[in-house]
Design a protein around this ligand. Structure first.
Ligand code: PLP
Length: 429
């Protein structure tokens, strides 16, 4: 049965009891390799004439259930689990780019993604052109014949300016450029593929895992972008691949549906670069996913109350949360997010950066960690941590100011969250 509601998909898509043991929970297939039936079977699997398990670097049945489930939740055609969100971002870009190519990215990015784009991809000969997402036309202006994709985050911290997904995706489709969205901070609330994005990725480390136990990432292929219609722009998908006897991916996998992008990522990048999701971690992400829609409701409700509380607090200079945005940014938040504005909140103290440090050190229940999206409430000072390797100019472009404190609001009772914030604000002022 095909379900459409996220609450049901999260529990049922891609799995219905193990056919041999009857196990209801998805088994953890903690194995490197899968026994072939005979030499012909082995040959057919390697030649992609038949799909099946070979080796856990490339596929694994536990990871497969998570891939099917998240693809179903996103409305995509297929997904690929990876060892981290960083690997997922890198693979999204490297699946389309070769040395000499470029992508255009929003400036509003997680610090780790900024580093990957500004340094490691650059060293590999892939240029990332940063544009301000305030005006969607900036993406078009920065695009040329070697531009392979546009990249952005749905709800990027610290600015928390919701990205204009529908507007930018539509502009890209006019000129044959796919939009890749990092939806890590807005699962369930936002469906980037339905808004026109071609690919969506997650750091599953965050809300999907939800309990701060495992690092992972996933890429979902929307199956909604015509890679063949713009053949010259996508040589990795439309030119013969010497690593697969000259296969042209858009032709070779036609019989399987519009999955050329994700199949190439698995059969080439995952095979050659590694970075698979571990089966045990996939199991833990499946546990997290089961309660994700329910948890997001509480994250959203608690964060809304915390934002309102901080906005009234005399020690607080400004609060950053989509619910408090004005004008165009509020309109964009309401257009892209459904059911809430997310669990992330930024704020600055009137007394400046030093007070921000004191505040974090005074917290008793909130954990002081680099993560977001845990069931527990978390806090950090981005300028000296997640964004510390960026230059001052780069920090400014991403929206990090010296006094900014980031909160990831958990699912504890709201009274306990406010009580901890209250005592820490008192200690800092
Ligand atoms: N994207 C976003 C929005 C993130 O917040 C993070 C991690 O903080 C990543 C990607 C990278 O994910 P991971 O830490 O799983 O590699």
């Amino acid at each position: 049965m095909a379900y459409t509601n996220p609450e049901t998909i999260a529990l049922h898509a891609g799995w219905r009891a193990d056919p041999t043991t009857g196990s209801v929970a998805v088994p953890i297939h903690q194995t490197t390799s899968f026994q072939f039936q005979d030499t012909g079977h082995a040959q057919r699997l390697f030649a992609l004439q038949e799909l099946g398990n070979i080796y856990t670097r490339i596929m694994n049945p536990t990871v497969d259930v998570l891939e099917q489930r998240i693809a179903a939740m996103e409305g995509g055609v297929a997904a690929l689990g990876l060892g981290s969100g960083q690997a997922a971002t890198a693979f999204c870009v490297l699946n389309l780019c070769q040395a000499g190519d470029n992508i255009v990215s929003s400036t509003d990015l997680y610090g780790g993604t900024w580093n990957l784009f500004a340094n490691t991809l650059k060293q590999m000969g892939v240029e990332v052109r940063y544009v301000d997402p305030e005006n969607p036309e900036n993406f078009v202006a920065a695009t040329d014949d070697r531009t392979r994709a546009w990249y952005a985050e749905t709800l990027p911290n610290p600015k928390l300016h919701v990205f204009p997904i529908a507007e930018v995706a539509a502009l890209g489709r006019k000129i044959g450029v796919p939009l890749i969205m990092d939806n890590t901070a807005a699962p369930v609330m936002c469906k980037p593929l339905a808004l026109g994005a071609a690919v969506v990725m997650y750091s599953t480390t965050k809300y999907i895992g939800g309990h701060g136990t495992s690092i992972g990432g996933i890429v979902v292929d929307g199956g909604n972008f015509d890679w063949e219609a713009h053949g010259d722009r996508f040589p990795t998908l439309n030119q013969p691949d010497p690593s697969y006897h000259g296969a042209v991916w858009t032709q070779a996998v036609k019989g399987l549906g519009p999955v050329a992008y994700i199949i190439r990522m698995r059969t080439c990048l995952l095979r050659d670069l590694g970075a698979p999701m571990a089966p045990m971690n996939a199991f833990l992400f499946l546990q997290g996913l089961e309660t994700l829609p329910l948890r997001m409701e509480r994250h959203n409700a608690n964060a809304l109350k915390v934002a309102a509380y901080l906005a009234e607090h005399p020690a607080v200079e400004r609060v950053i949360h989509p619910s408090l945005m004005k004008g165009e940014w509020k309109r964009r938040a309401d257009a892209a997010l459904k059911g809430g504005y997310g669990g992330l909140i930024g704020f600055e103290l009137k007394a400046g950066a030093e007070a921000g440090r004191k505040f974090i050190e005074a917290l008793k229940m909130f954990y002081h960690v680099a993560n977001i999206g845990d069931a527990r409430s978390l806090a950090i000072h981005p300028a000296t941590t997640t964004h510390s390797q960026l230059s001052v100019e780069e920090q400014k472009a991403t929206g990090v100011t010296p006094g900014y404190v980031r909160l990831s609001i958990g699912i504890e009772h709201i009274d306990d969250i406010i009580a901890d914030l209250d005592q820490a604000l008192a200690a800092a002022s």
